[in-house]
Design a protein around this ligand. Structure first.
Ligand SMILES: Cc1cc2nc3c(=O)[nH]c(=O)nc-3n(C[C@H](O)[C@H](O)[C@H](O)COP(=O)(O)OP(=O)(O)OC[C@H]3O[C@@H](n4cnc5c(N)ncnc54)[C@H](O)[C@@H]3O)c2cc1C
Length: 394
């Protein structure tokens, strides 16, 4: 293997980095920033040509308070100061009794989370990357990674032709695990999430709503002066809601959600995102570590995906900082460190979808009782809040 590396390096005249990050989505960008801050030689490779947000992606992100702390340390939080704080989360189930309310005051935090657009977050991270002069290769699609014990060779395709480079460690943040060649277990929920902005005839009081329905969870997140909607529903219905006139969309949303947030008065352009649970069989492969959606892509219920992925990036960078990028036990340590948080988030979101998207009466009664119990037991509330904010190890 060592011979292979030497041979190819000479043949291709390639460069050696401490870390190569594949994928400049929010998780890869955060990893690159932290690795750069550790004084390492880093290259970020992103297949999209420009840093501009993906047109038509109206996806909102609810960042947990824990993610805010990480983004502060990365030096990007100031650029995200316009994010809307969530001070209260109201959880209910359509057509059933029982509800729970989680508050920042009870958790003794300034906010439970913050809402912003995916595009706003990636722009802030891209600006930080540019201002630090971090090496970035845009318009380059990684096609393969070959490994030996202490190094990896990364091949990529660009409009100018193929290229390659070497790294002591690779952070795979491509959103799919394809470049790492790791098997992925997929659970297709048969649902899509419709994202849009809506306005109402009353303010949002910094309250987020998670309303479970038998077709799928419906979230209303305070965003600017109105709400961002993430409405998970069978894929075919989601497409109809994207194609519906604004009036027809608002009428159906009102019928599903009820009057708790007031009357819906206006809606923006909408986009449908197919949702599935995708879990990589392993979080490491040779000299590569999977982070973010590459390691696990979750159902958007409870807004956990990016928050979990950011913790992957943060903890991988922490291990590299501590051990050095060439350490042979590095990847093993990373895999072990992330196991509980990752397993916990996968199980938590999958159980929420399965338990709440079910019309079986006894289960409905148990859910109602569960929400009422959660609402009346401060230690249980505290456990749920800490889990959502800091993950399973929080
Ligand atoms: C409707 C919806 C709502 C959501 N709401 C929330 C929420 O409220 N809170 C939350 O925490 N999460 C939420 N999520 C999840 C969140 O969007 C994802 O977890 C997050 O975007 C994952 O980021 P990532 O960087 O890992 O992957 P991605 O965002 O998928 O980025 C991957 C990047 O890799 C690049 N790439 C791919 N292949 C290659 C290659 N071969 N070579 C080079 N580059 C490559 C891509 O161009 C892309 O830029 C939501 C998701 C959806 C769909």
């Amino acid at each position: 293997m060592t011979e292979l590396r030497t041979e190819l390096r000479t043949e291709l005249g390639t460069e050696q980095f401490d870390c190569v990050v594949i994928g400049g989505g929010p998780v890869g960008a955060a990893a690159a920033l932290e690795l750069d801050a550790a004084g390492l030689r880093v290259l970020l490779i992103e297949s999209r040509e420009t840093a501009a947000p993906i047109a038509g992606d109206t996806r909102p992100l609810a960042l947990s308070y824990g993610s805010r702390l990480i983004l502060e340390r990365l030096g990007v939080w100031d650029a995200l100061a316009a994010a809307t704080p969530i001070e209260r989360i109201h959880i209910s189930h359509r057509g059933r009794f029982g509800r729970a309310v989680l508050t920042a005051a009870e958790a003794e935090l300034p906010a439970l989370g913050y809402v912003l657009d995916y595009g706003t977050l990636t722009t802030a991270l891209d600006d930080a990357i540019a201002s630090r002069g971090l090496r970035t290769l845009r318009g380059a699609r990684v096609t393969s990674i070959a490994h030996d014990r202490t190094s990896a060779r990364i091949e990529f395709a660009t409009a100018q032709g193929p290229g390659a480079c070497f790294a002591s460690v690779v952070a795979v943040a491509d959103g799919t695990a394809d470049t790492a060649g790791v098997e992925v277990r997929v659970v297709d929920y048969g649902q899509s999430a419709v994202s849009a902005r809506v306005e109402t005839d009353r303010g949002h009081s910094r309250t987020a709503y998670e309303r479970f329905t038998s077709e799928g969870p419906l979230a209303l997140l305070p965003h600017g002066g109105g709400y961002a909607v993430v409405w998970t529903t069978p894929a075919e219905h989601a497409q109809r809601m994207c194609d519906a006139t604004p009036a027809a969309f608002l009428a159906e949303l009102q019928e599903r959600f009820g009057e708790r947030a007031g009357r819906f008065t206006a809606v923006s352009a909408r986009a449908a995102h197919r949702v599935a649970l995708r879990v990589a069989e392993r979080t490491t492969s040779g000299r590569a570590a999977l982070i973010g959606n590459s390691a696990q892509a979750l159902h958007p219920v409870a807004g956990q995906g990016f928050n979990l992925g950011l913790r992957d990036a943060w903890e991988l960078a922490g291990e590299i900082r501590k051990r050095g990028p060439g350490d042979e036990a590095l990847l093993l340590a990373y895999g072990a460190r992330r196991r509980i948080d990752r397993t916990g988030a996968v199980a938590f979101t999958h159980a929420l979808v399965k338990v709440f998207s079910n019309d079986w009466l006894p289960l409905g009664l148990a859910r109602g009782a569960g929400l009422t119990l959660l609402d009346s037991l401060p230690p249980a509330k505290n456990f749920v809040v800490r889990r959502m904010i800091f993950g399973s190890r929080g």
